[in-house]
Design a protein around this ligand. Structure first.
Ligand code: ARG
Length: 611
């Protein structure tokens, strides 16, 4: 009985027809079973599955394991030919409704042909259940992103973190993880000393009346100038930090006022870009930092270094963390130790996480490498139970390929950037004459969709490790892999069903009687791209590179165009009256739109009905 059970478990799970599943996962399981049975003498044999190149003659997927297995035999002195090994694999391959047939080609490739009825059934399920995520084990995840600093302007680096973080959070939420979006803002540092001292001088009545600070950045500049020039002011600034950090009520009130000014500014950006975050700044960790420093000290992890207290990570790191400064103050390092402990190891915390993701510019890669090493050493992070990811990203460059700055050399204010985007998007729509066809309200919605969509998409579509050039002209192009191209493509696809008078409800009804059509070569090509949806989602979950989804949705759009160029969906006569509707193709177009829409949601793009 035990043996029978074991065999049952190694079989691929019976497919749940209500949702799309990962094709590569199923093929992997099937071929793993076959290869293990065919070559029991090889431990851990290579199972190599790939999407086939575009020529349909070579099948839809491939298993390329025969060659590496032949090499393994060759090394142990056995002479075998890969073609024979491929045959042995096929002899042991369990049958599965997804696989139509397999063929051996060339030196020993196995070409896999998918069953079209299976494909129809899977795509058809979308109409009843919507686009469902693949099943994954549920986890609690904290994602730390955006995280600007109070009193300093939120800059383009923070914009990248905000955009990438939001997309990863949406992806994880789509997969039904429990996601906590944390804004680790810099709200607790020595800069508050001078800000508070300056506030006391400029607005002596600030405790009674909200100070009218409109531009916190110039306020910061003024304070900084006084700090650098005026010894007496400097002393008061230091006093203020000490008082603040010991939670003296008047100082706390002043600090809160300053934070509120920044917070309002940040929120404007978040609202415009549709970003959700829960604030948990550095100040939250002040008392927790005191606690963890004590614990680290008692456990003997801290070393004295010229009055500083430092902690070393492991062999992979070459710099230590500064846990306590020589003046007794805490640092960015120590508050992050408190934060990671709070995330993973705080038993009282309802958010106690299995996985923590930090979306921060690549310049901080070392900081996080040391953080992870120290957290492991201190027993906070257990690699067997926990996962941590540092999701880094490159800098944003201007069109001159230098660091993105205004002409006068100041860093660019995000509000100005978004305003500029709106302006450019409107120009673009007018250039296309859209202002003449759309109502003012429709035009406004199209403008916002294009402006914010193009800014997000330009960022997300680049490999996040690379720097990228910020250019409105490039991102507003309507050809190539841009938000504008995709948003237009999507609106066009949706309008196909609308022309034939199909509402979403009618399509749902239709799908109960009619099947998606996958007969024509171009229909099948599109259908196969759509079936890859779960695989693309899982790939992105695995490495947290959102550009995979951008490339995928672009491939959907271009493959759809190929299909639409050679397959009529709605036939009209010369007077424009509908003479024939191909229902199977209307369904295929709608399935395409639904999958694109899901990708758009993850990427934060908001398509509009008309544009
Ligand atoms: N406030 C920091 C900065 O602007 C980013 C914080 C990232 N999160 C963290 N836990 N350290 O560079």
């Amino acid at each position: 009985i035990a043996i029978a059970e074991e065999q049952m478990q190694s079989k691929p799970t019976i497919s749940d027809s209500s949702k799309m599943e990962s094709i590569t996962d199923i093929l992997h399981q099937l071929f793993h079973t076959a290869i293990c049975a065919a070559f029991p003498d090889i431990t851990d044999p290579p199972v190599v599955i790939a999407v086939a190149a575009s020529n349909p003659k070579f099948g839809d997927y491939q298993c390329n394991s025969a060659m590496p297995i032949a090499n393994i035999y060759k090394q142990s002195g056995k002479k075998v030919t890969p073609r024979n090994l491929a045959q042995k694999i096929l002899d042991n391959l369990p049958s599965h409704p997804m696989v139509e047939k397999c063929e051996i080609a060339g030196p020993g490739f196995i070409n896999i042909f998918l069953n079209r009825d299976y494909a129809v059934k899977k795509l058809q399920a979308i109409f009843q259940n919507g686009v469902q995520p693949p099943t994954v084990e549920r986890k609690k995840i904290i994602i730390d992103f955006s995280s600007p600093n109070i009193a300093k302007e939120m800059h383009v680096g923070h914009l990248r973190s905000t955009i990438i973080g939001e997309t990863i959070a949406r992806l994880l939420e789509f997969l039904n993880f429990e996601v906590h979006r944390i804004n680790h803002i810099g709200d607790w540092g020595t800069q508050f000393g001078m800000l508070i001292a300056h506030l006391q001088d400029r607005f002596p009545d600030h405790l009674e009346k909200m100070p009218p600070i409109s531009d916190l950045q110039s306020f910061y500049k003024e304070a900084k100038e006084r700090f650098d020039e005026d010894e007496e002011f400097k002393k008061r600034a230091y006093d203020s930090v000490v008082k603040l950090q010991s939670f003296e009520p008047k100082h706390i009130k002043a600090w809160k006022l300053i934070c509120d000014v920044s917070r309002k500014e940040f929120q404007k950006i978040y609202d415009r870009l549709d970003i959700t975050l829960k604030e948990r700044g550095e100040s939250f960790y002040q008392t927790r930092t005191e606690k963890i420093v004590k614990e680290l000290e008692e456990a003997g992890f801290l070393e004295n270094d010229d009055g500083r207290k430092i902690m070393w990570g492991d062999e992979s790191t070459t710099v230590p963390f500064t846990i306590v400064k020589s003046d007794g103050g805490f640092t960015y390092d120590s508050s992050d130790m408190a934060a990671i402990k709070h995330s993973f190891a705080n038993r009282l915390q309802e958010e106690k996480a299995d996985w923590v993701i930090y979306v921060v510019d690549s310049g901080q890669a070392t900081h996080f490498q040391i953080l992870f090493a120290c957290a492991k050493k201190a027993g906070i992070l257990d690699p067997k139970k926990h996962r941590v990811d540092f999701v880094g990203f490159g800098v944003v460059l201007g069109e001159d390929k230098k660091k993105f700055k205004t002409r006068s050399g100041d860093s660019i204010r995000l509000v100005d950037l978004l305003d500029k985007g709106l302006e450019k998007a409107l120009d673009k729509l007018k250039e296309k004459g859209r202002d003449k066809v759309l109502t003012p309200d429709e035009l406004k919605r199209a403008q916002e969709s294009v402006a914010y969509g193009c800014i997000k998409y330009a960022d997300l579509s680049h490999n996040r490790n690379h720097e990228y050039i910020f250019s409105f002209d490039k991102m507003l192009e309507d050809k190539g892999n841009t938000a504008v191209y995709l948003l237009y493509a999507f609106t066009r696809i949706r309008s196909i069903a609308r022309t034939a008078n199909f509402t979403p409800e009618k399509i749902k009804e239709l799908s109960k009687k009619e099947n998606i059509s996958l007969e024509h070569e171009k229909e099948w090509k599109l259908g196969k791209v759509l079936l890859r949806f779960p695989d693309e989602i899982l790939k992105t979950l695995n490495d947290l590179y959102p550009h995979h989804i951008c490339e995928y949705v672009y491939e959907i759009a271009t493959t759809f165009t190929e299909f639409y160029d050679s397959c009529y969906c709605v036939e009209k006569d010369s007077s424009g009256d509908i003479v024939k509707v191909n229902y199977g193709r209307i369904l295929l177009a709608e399935a395409t739109a639904m999958i694109m829409e899901k990708c758009f949601h993850i990427l934060g793009l908001k398509p509009v009905e008309k544009m």
